[in-house]
Ligand binder design. Structure first.
Ligand code: GUN
Length: 180
């Protein structure tokens, strides 16, 4: 008998939830932006969306359908990596866990300085923060990506940020499945 806690399925099952219960459970998958979950629910959720991959797809499509200003607002809702909010303990639980998994809470003074300089340079150039799905990455790879992405065009970088945000959401949903 298959029940709602079966392996591979999100719990609670998205397709079984009212709009408000769905937002209560999944509104935080996109950082400080429950409107993505609202738009996904409004598009209609079925059994396919009861898996991490299925729901991630529906949410990514809802985001893709949003206008550029809304997408920029979402990018700007992300905290800096190894930034002031992290030091002040003001991150969401997900962001805090992601940054710690990449060792960003253990930067040396020099690495921390380097992150502050890159964060400032990146925001000066693109007018939004550097976003990268950092779970499972290390500081070295993150700093290398940071340097590389600084030479992208603004349009490329906006698209890259949205791709990375969709990847962060997918990883968050897989974490939910693993946590049961
Ligand atoms: N990658 C995973 N989580 C985050 C986050 O909260 N902020 C940024 N900038 N990148 C992330």
């Amino acid at each position: 008998m298959v029940d709602s806690t079966s392996e591979g399925f999100l719990s609670p099952r998205p397709s079984s939830l009212s709009r408000s219960d769905f937002i209560a459970s999944y509104g935080g998958i996109y950082e400080h932006s429950p409107w993505v979950a609202e738009a996904a629910w409004d598009s209609g959720l079925g059994e396919r969306e009861d898996t991490a991959d299925g729901l991630a797809g529906a949410m990514a499509r809802a985001l893709e359908a949003a206008d550029t200003d809304r997408q920029l607002e979402l990018i700007r809702a992300h905290p800096d990596l190894a930034g002031k909010a992290a030091v002040a303990g003001e991150l969401t639980a997900d962001s805090s866990s992601e940054q710690a998994s990449a060792g960003l809470d253990q930067c040396s003074a020099e690495e921390f300085e380097r992150f502050q300089r890159l964060n400032a340079e990146y925001k000066e150039r693109f007018r939004f923060p550097f976003v990268m799905a950092v779970r499972g990455q290390d500081r070295h790879a993150i700093l290398a990506a940071f340097e590389r992405r600084l030479s992208n065009s603004p349009e490329e970088e906006r698209r890259t940020a949205i791709e990375q945000i969709n990847r962060i959401a997918l990883l968050r949903l897989h974490e939910r499945v693993a946590a049961g």
